[in-house]
Ligand binder design. Structure first.
Ligand code: BDR
Ligand code: CA
Length: 347
């Protein structure tokens, strides 16, 4: 099994990432830390607790982390996720767990990750990167110890093509960047705390272990009507759990329909950052390791000032670069998500 820790800001798509990690037979979800982002830290923490309660995994630790970005004012994504960060359903249970003021997220991440066998565990970061930057700044040995870091964030656009275009991609403006970002240039998770993101991407220890899942990829994973129907109707029909997830998708989908050109269903961004580990490990018939399969490698940087603040810029790396997948087997992704939903539905 792949041991993993999720750092998140639930968040509709975060909820699906948690479902996948908690119910895939090849994964062991060690714990969940929360961060400011889609809503306040208090809200994202309750949302994480409630999602785990809903899927019958209230034994998994939830530890609140940073309530603010490293050096910028907090921002939230209410337009997409609603006031609580996880609006749209009355079916989400309320967890009775109290987790505030008990443990320190950075300490717990270090303890739990360092207790895994060397170079086996993954950290999956699906919110702003404040906790992640703090973890590796405080305990660099964790970067040496883990197998990899999977981050949902960024938007690449024509920057992907810069090998042939030359280094003019940034000058080309944001025109070919995928929509749905918080600005024409920047994706939300990176834009919220660009300094932390830059620190993480530029860390030489982490660079060869980092997989970045940008909007370019996640926009290939929209929960369209056919997908929604399959997720809603299981062996036992549209159960309470399936209804809850369906309502979450519908809410998130209407946010997208109102605010973007994506009208047919919302991208489940964060779940792909978990799936990226699966399809390259035990579940893959090819048994390919995502960090070592001859993919193109990139040096990822983040714009820290000006109009393009929060933009991720990638430059081809000849040395130890990071992976930014351009595609994924989306049929397989939906199938695996459906299987995890079915497993959760039995509990
Ligand atoms: C990312 O931003 C958040 O709103 C989502 O949860 C996801 O992590 C997509 O840009
Ligand atoms: Ca998120």
């Amino acid at each position: 099994k792949i041991p993993l820790w999720i750092d998140c800001d639930p968040g509709h798509d975060d909820a699906f990432a948690i479902l996948l990690a908690a119910y895939h037979p090849s994964m062991e979800l060690l714990g969940v830390s929360t961060v400011h982002g889609n809503s306040s830290l208090v809200n994202t923490t309750y949302n994480a607790l409630n999602v785990l309660e809903a899927i019958g995994k209230s034994n998994i630790p939830v530890i609140p982390g940073a309530s603010q970005p490293f050096c910028r004012p907090s921002a939230t994504a209410e337009a997409f996720h609603g006031a609580s960060g996880l609006e749209g359903t009355e079916l989400l249970p309320k967890s009775a767990r109290s987790v505030f003021g008990r443990y320190n997220a950075i300490e717990e991440m270090r303890k739990v990750l360092m207790a895994t066998q060397e170079k086996t565990a993954w950290l999956v970061a699906i919110g702003p990167l404040t906790n992640v930057a703090l973890l590796f700044a405080t305990y660099p040995e964790v970067a040496t110890h883990i197998k990899g870091l999977s981050v949902m964030g960024g938007a690449i656009g024509n920057n992907f093509a810069q090998v042939s275009l030359g280094p003019s991609a940034v000058e080309n403006g944001g025109t070919t960047l995928p929509q749905g970002g918080v600005t024409p240039y920047a994706e939300f998770n990176i834009w919220c705390d660009p300094e932390s993101a830059r620190g993480v991407f530029q860390n030489p220890m982490l660079r060869p272990k980092t997989v970045l899942i940008p909007l370019d990829l996640t926009h290939q994973a929209c929960a369209v009507a056919e997908v929604r129907q399959k997720l809603l109707n299981g062996e036992h029909g549209a159960t309470r759990l399936r209804m809850m997830f369906h309502e979450l998708i519908m809410f998130y989908g209407s946010s997208y329909a109102n605010d973007t050109e994506i009208k047919t269903g919302p991208p489940l961004h964060d779940a792909l950052a978990v799936a990226a580990l699966l399809f390259s490990h035990a579940d893959s018939t090819l048994n390919i390791d995502i960090l070592d399969n001859g993919q193109e490698k990139w040096n990822i940087d983040v714009v820290l000032e000006g109009e393009q603040i929060g933009r991720t810029v990638i430059v081809p790396s000849t040395g130890q670069g990071s992976i930014v997948p351009r595609s994924m087997d989306m049929d397989k992704f939906w199938k695996v998500l459906g299987q995890c939903m079915a497993r959760a539905d039995k509990v």
